[in-house]
Design a protein around this ligand. Structure first.
Ligand code: NAP
Ligand code: HSE
Length: 432
């Protein structure tokens, strides 16, 4: 490791899959630019993989060695930075911890690790005065981490809502616009390198939730414990609901969102109906977008590729260049490196308008009784449509005025207990 600010920055790259190979390609194509911007070359010394005989999507740079022993990166005196692009939690945590112990700066795209188990790593990086940068971990190529840490640092963030998972957005877009079924769309997202190694992280909402936890830290400087975040993914989302939502003038999107409500945070990941005229409704394919509301800046909308080799590598490059410039580390955006616990609004108190679909018998009094169950919880209906008979009954679809999650649960439980529903009710929030 050198303190010479013109010497090449020596990098140990852990992981050479979709993003790692993307990084090697960007380095090969933009090396001259990097020199112009930082006055330094970036030299990849070691590339850590599991299976060295696997064919790589990008050639190794001249002089780089393929290794299977993590210590050749973490303990190497010549290496300045370890770039972690392996994925998972345990192996990368051990690798990063050891690399920090040996004085290496860290660049990572690993939102799962940082959201679920990042506290000790941030503490250690701060103690050692090292960079722990993670722009690529949220929303692929969109520079939202830097935006919250630096550009919007003078704002109180009122709300943040985003399409944070490219795979889910790709699946929903393909189902909505091209009539693809869920499984085919997921297989395509996997082929294109958008999905996690374990794609249940994508479709069950966990990947978006990991990113939301990181955004909450960056925006509010507090910890919303991952295990307490309400999370609902898109698994099992039916074409029926996509089509009914369209009829009402909405698109269904998987959104991660946080609002400040009387000093407490209301947050979660949910499939949500978004009015078709909103910019968020128009975000297609594997693109991501984040809408941030700051008390000084007003509303900001960032849009771009949320997954894939080159967009994600672009974000990794930004972090590597920051290390190459030798800037004083600003890892969390706050002086406090390990944030306090967030004051959390209990999820059942969250208020929203709702889309509800129930399958009922086509019989007199059913609509009256259902409306009665809603009214008993103080929920008023805004629009309602009844569709022709399907296999499991008649779909009755309605939109409500604002109600609490607790009231909606109670009303639908009451309707089910009264024998009004042929299948469990399906209901989604509507973005206000
Ligand atoms: P990937 O294609 O599965 O590549 C993972 C790489 O890490 C492979 O080269 C693998 O080696 C290596 N690896 C995994 N575990 C290892 C271990 N224990 N020891 C040594 N090497 C190991 O994954 P990816 O899509 O590039 O994603 C990497 C990270 O970036 C993940 O944290 C992911 O969440 C994040 N990310 C991905 C995207 C995206 O669009 N793909 C976007 C943003 C962030 P082998 O090749 O030998 O198997
Ligand atoms: N699997 C993730 C996604 C990769 O689909 O958004 C980008 O973080």
């Amino acid at each position: 490791m050198t303190n010479d600010s013109t010497a090449p920055l020596v990098v140990g790259l852990a992981g050479c899959g979709t993003v790692g190979s993307g990084l090697l390609r960007v380095l090969a194509e933009n090396g001259d630019l990097i020199r112009e911007r930082t006055g330094r070359d970036i030299r990849i010394k070691s590339v850590l993989v599991r299976n060295p005989s696997r064919v790589r999507a990008a050639p190794l740079p001249e002089g780089a060695r393929l290794v299977t022993d993590a210590a050749l990166l973490t303990d190497d005196p010549e290496t300045d930075v370890v770039v972690e692009l392996m994925g998972g939690i345990d192996a990368p945590r051990i690798l990063i911890d050891r690399a920090l112990e040996h004085g290496k700066h860290i660049v990572t795209a690993n939102k799962a690790l940082l959201a679920e188990d990042g506290a000790g790593l941030f503490r250690k990086a701060a103690e050692k005065g090292l960079a722990l940068l993670y722009e690529a971990s949220v929303a692929g190529g969109i520079p939202i981490v830097q935006t919250l840490k630096e550009s919007l640092a003078g704002n109180r963030i009122r709300s943040l809502v985003g399409i944070l998972n490219g795979t889910s957005n790709y699946i929903l877009s393909e189902m909505t616009s091209n009539g693809l079924d869920f499984e085919t769309a997921l297989a395509q997202a996997q082929e294109q390198g958008f999905a996690e190694a374990d794609p249940t992280l994508d479709i069950d909402g966990h990947d978006a939730a990991h990113k939301l936890v990181l955004l909450i830290r960056l925006a509010y400087g507090v910890e919303y414990p991952y295990a307490e975040l309400p999370i609902q993914g898109i698994r099992g989302l039916s074409e029926l609901d996509i089509n009914f939502a369209r009829e009402f003038g909405y698109r269904i999107k998987l959104l991660g969102q946080v609002n400040e409500v009387d000093g407490r945070l209301e947050a979660g990941v949910f499939p949500t109906l978004v009015r078709h005229t909103f910019l968020l409704a128009r975000v297609g394919g594997a693109y991501n977008a984040v809408r941030v509301e700051g008390n000084a800046v007003g509303s900001l909308f960032l849009h771009g590729r949320g997954a894939g080799d080159l967009p994600t590598a672009s974000a990794v490059m930004g972090d590597l260049l920051a290390v190459a410039r030798g800037a004083r580390p600003n890892n969390t955006g706050f002086v406090r490196q390990v944030p306090e616990r967030a004051r959390i609004l209990p999820p059942e108190e969250a208020r929203s308008c709702y889309y509800v679909r129930v399958m009922v018998r086509d019989a007199p009094g059913v609509l009256r009784d259902l409306a009665g169950a809603m009214a008993a919880e103080g929920i008023s209906l805004a629009q309602i449509i009844q569709k022709p008979e399907e296999r499991c009954g008649v779909p009755l679809v309605f939109m409500t005025h604002e109600a609490s999650a607790r009231a909606m649960d109670a009303a639908l439980r009451q309707a089910a207990d009264a024998g009004l529903l042929r299948t469990p009710a399906v209901y989604y929030r509507i973005l206000g």
